[in-house]
Design a protein around this ligand. Structure first.
Ligand code: UDX
Length: 437
């Protein structure tokens, strides 16, 4: 079986590498020549645990190939997986131009019957359009079907999530397509849920938005906890034992970020509106998240007369631990506000520094200044205030004593509820977190 994968971002690359790991002959296609060259040498363009090792292993045994030459990759493929991005448009809808570009290429070059599998998250009904679009532009007399196979991996655990997924969702409109996809996933030994295409597309949004709702709900409750004297971590612990609720995604904090939840909540809201329906729950979730992101800064603003000329330690930039990704990271909104308020920021992130530099170059900026440091100590030494944005293990391990001894003023705003409030108080640290006292 010959598999081609279009796009080498989180979705495409991880899928390609995992299919190769299961013994398939896989060719990953991307338009970026530099990236392709690096991947050929076994270098991953993204930081993802275990990914480089699998890339190198499968490169060496000849099951994994990287190319810019899509003709070669698609021409005689049995299945072509599309894993290109569907970024957010200014109005919240999904940008489908990359999906369209790949579909057109497929239509123009396939020389044998093949199954096109859309892994990217796309609005309900897109797969129908992709199939029609490919048929409209088909050059050779071959049969091309389109199937939906949404991806549920989380960044930081992408390889594990793919090889040990809770379930595989396949959305097909024919028995042949269903049979082929089931066969492709057979070596994974995972539960398969087979539905129609539109339901598969909806499952993806319904899952992501449900999790986003869960987080926004906890953030909303956390804000209320602050007002009524309850503690959100205790509340979450109490809730977690109820199996109907579950223990995961109950962490209140500075709001969700990343490449999926922000985009997919807005996309579903847009899709509903397009059909004349107001999806009130998801709209509320988007709103809660947007105010939650800067709640800490707002709290600090009430306490400070100015940020100008102050050394502000920023611990963590990535949208969550385990990734170097900063897309929609709450740190970005906060850094913008802090810089505009004249702060001298000393930022530390074990993985996210390079990507952060592309958004906030080092040096004087917008009234304040941006400085990157390579250790927590450098950030904290002599700082007037500290913000915690990401729950990296080394940031979590900082003791109240260190905050007290290293900082000029031990004043900590923690967006991840990482430290014990009583201990911080006992060591004389003025400590603010989310939904706790
Ligand atoms: C998510 C989904 O989990 C995944 O199934 C989907 O395919 C893509 O989107 P990802 O964006 O990589 O994955 O990260 P995830 O771990 O889900 O976290 C998303 C955001 O929510 C992060 O900013 C995280 O910090 C935040 N979060 C998560 C919370 O604020 N509280 C929680 O309890 C859990």
């Amino acid at each position: 079986m010959k598999i081609a994968v279009a796009g080498t971002g989180y979705v495409g690359l991880v899928a390609g590498v995992c299919f190769a790991e299961k013994g398939y002959n896989v060719t990953c296609v991307d338009i970026d020549e530099k990236k392709i060259e690096l991947m050929r040498q076994g270098v991953s363009p993204i930081y993802e645990e275990g990914l480089e090792e699998l890339m190198q292993k499968n490169n060496a045994r000849g099951t994994l190939h990287f190319t810019c030459d899509y003709v070669e990759a698609y021409r005689d493929a049995d299945a072509i997986f599309i894993g290109v991005g569907t970024p957010e448009m200014p109005d919240g809808s999904a940008n489908l131009s990359y999906i369209a570009a790949v579909s057109r290429q497929i239509a123009e070059v396939v020389e044998k019957d093949c199954l096109v599998v859309v892994k990217s998250t796309v609005p309900v009904g897109t797969n129908d359009k992709v199939e029609q679009f490919i048929k409209d532009f088909l050059v050779h007399d071959v049969k091309v079907e389109v199937a939906s196979n949404p991806e549920f991996l989380a960044q930081g655990t992408a390889v594990h999530d793919t090889l040990h997924a809770a379930r595989i969702i396949i959305g097909t409109e024919s028995q042949e397509a269903e049979a082929l996809l089931k066969k492709i996933y057979e070596p994974f030994g995972l539960p398969i849920v087979s539905v129609k295409r539109r339901s598969a597309e909806m499952i993806k949004y319904a899952c992501n938005d449900f999790l986003a709702l869960k987080i926004s709900y906890m953030n909303d409750i956390a804000n209320l906890c602050e007002l009524v004297g309850a503690d959100i971590t205790d509340v979450a612990r109490g809730m977690s034992f109820d199996e109907r609720i579950g223990a995961r995604f109950l962490n209140a904090g500075i709001g969700f970020g990343g490449s999926c939840f922000p985009k997919d909540t807005k996309a579903l809201k847009f899709l509903a509106r397009e059909h004349g329906y107001k999806l009130k729950t998801v709209e509320a979730c988007v709103e809660v998240n947007s105010t939650q992101k800067t709640r800490l800064f707002e709290k600090a603003k009430e306490r400070m007369i100015t940020f100008s000329g102050l050394k502000v330690a920023v611990l963590g930039l990535a949208f969550k631990a385990g990734t170097d990704d900063l897309r929609e990271a709450p740190s970005i909104d906060n850094l913008r506000l802090l810089l505009a308020a004249g702060a001298d920021i000393y930022a530390y992130d074990p993985k996210g520094e390079e990507r952060a530099k592309a958004i906030f170059p080092e040096g004087g900026q917008n009234g304040g200044s941006m400085n990157y440091v390579t250790s927590i100590t450098e950030a904290l030494e002599g700082a007037n205030i500290c913000f915690v944005f990401t729950e990296w293990a080394d940031i979590k391990a900082i003791t109240p004593k260190e905050f007290k001894e290293k900082m000029h003023t031990p004043l900590v705003y923690d967006g991840r509820n990482l430290y014990d409030t009583a201990q911080m108080k006992a060591f004389g640290v003025e400590y603010y977190s989310i939904g706790r006292h």
